[in-house]
Write a protein that binds this ligand. Structure first.
Ligand SMILES: CC(C)=CCC/C(C)=C/COP(=O)(O)O
Length: 286
């Protein structure tokens, strides 16, 4: 008994179908346009007249899924473009939700200092010390102090630009946090000092952006011996790690924060305020 496919040999769709010739069924590729030299009975069954061809194309699996393509499978030259376009967003969604699931799982596992009675609760004070070392207030206060104390024009220029960078960081992180509005992990205890209202959101980590930006700044503008340069690298990494261990952030908040801070430094370099620019600005405002 012939299969249902055998009754309908003209379906297009890239898979071999059966063509009937004197009662025998043969495989026939639909990935290539039908050869003019094909026997007349095959041409007839494929629907050589345009109306039949259109009807048969509308029966194809890709058509039935509603891709509506007039190219690609209808002409037998591979999958229609729309199918690729429709598949990709769902693949991206699956990839993103898997990444999110891994992120949440890993962040929860690494949040070992989230409170005193957590498994690593005893190192919580040390993590909080790292938190203070990357907080905006000590950095702003320290920069203003160095600016005030600096007696060289070059030192003042560097400190002023660091101050601008720190302000820029607070503004940019605030904007991204307000737009993304990702909640902090459920295991976080909100006991941070001096926060803005946007700091109830966790993406990106402000400590991570600041650490990355200031780390790059120090490495570029201070003449540091090799051990001190290593220390700067270590400090940046530890500030990021402490955010996750304290349960303040998910891993992706910190990773994105590092990337954002790295890019913010490029912005600081682009907008660098030279003494001449400053004089110009001060002259205009006077
Ligand atoms: C009050 C000032 C000047 C800065 C706030 C710094 C702060 C608390 C940022 C939040 O960092 P995370 O996003 O890493 O938790």
């Amino acid at each position: 008994m012939p299969s249902p496919k055998a009754k309908n040999p003209g379906r297009s769709g890239g898979s071999p179908v059966l063509g009937s010739s004197n009662g025998r069924y043969e495989f026939m590729s639909l990935t290539k346009p039908l050869n003019r030299s094909s026997p007349p009975h095959l041409l007839q069954r494929q629907g050589s007249d345009p109306t039949t061809a259109r009807l048969r194309a509308s029966e194809s699996p890709t058509r039935r899924r509603g891709s509506g393509s007039s190219t690609g499978s209808a002409s037998g030259q591979g999958p229609p473009e729309e199918d690729g376009i429709r598949l990709n967003p769902s693949l991206i969604r699956v990839a993103l939700s898997s990444l999110l699931a891994i992120d949440l799982w890993l962040s929860k596992r690494l949040g070992v200092c989230a409170c005193e009675d957590s498994s690593w609760g005893s190192v919580r004070p040390l993590m909080k010390l790292l938190e203070i070392s990357g907080h905006g207030i000590p950095w702003l206060a320290g920069t203003v102090y160095c600016l005030y104390k600096s007696d060289s024009a070059a030192g003042q220029e560097v400190m002023l630009n660091l101050f601008m960078g720190l302000l820029l960081d607070l503004i940019l992180v605030g904007i991204v946090k307000a737009v993304v509005r990702r909640r902090r992990p459920a295991h976080n205890r909100m006991d941070m000092f001096a926060t803005f209202s946007v700091d109830r959101y966790s993406f990106p980590s402000g400590h991570a952006t600041r650490a990355a930006m200031c780390g790059r700044f120090l490495l570029a503008h201070l003449v540091l011996a090799a051990p001190l340069r290593v220390l700067v690298f270590l400090w940046v990494g530890l500030v990021g790690l402490s955010r996750v261990m304290l349960g303040r952030h998910n891993v992706t908040d910190v990773m994105f924060g590092f990337w954002m801070g790295y890019c913010q430094y490029n912005l600081v370099e682009m907008l660098w305020l030279s003494p001449q620019t400053l004089q110009g600005l001060l002259g205009q405002s006077a």
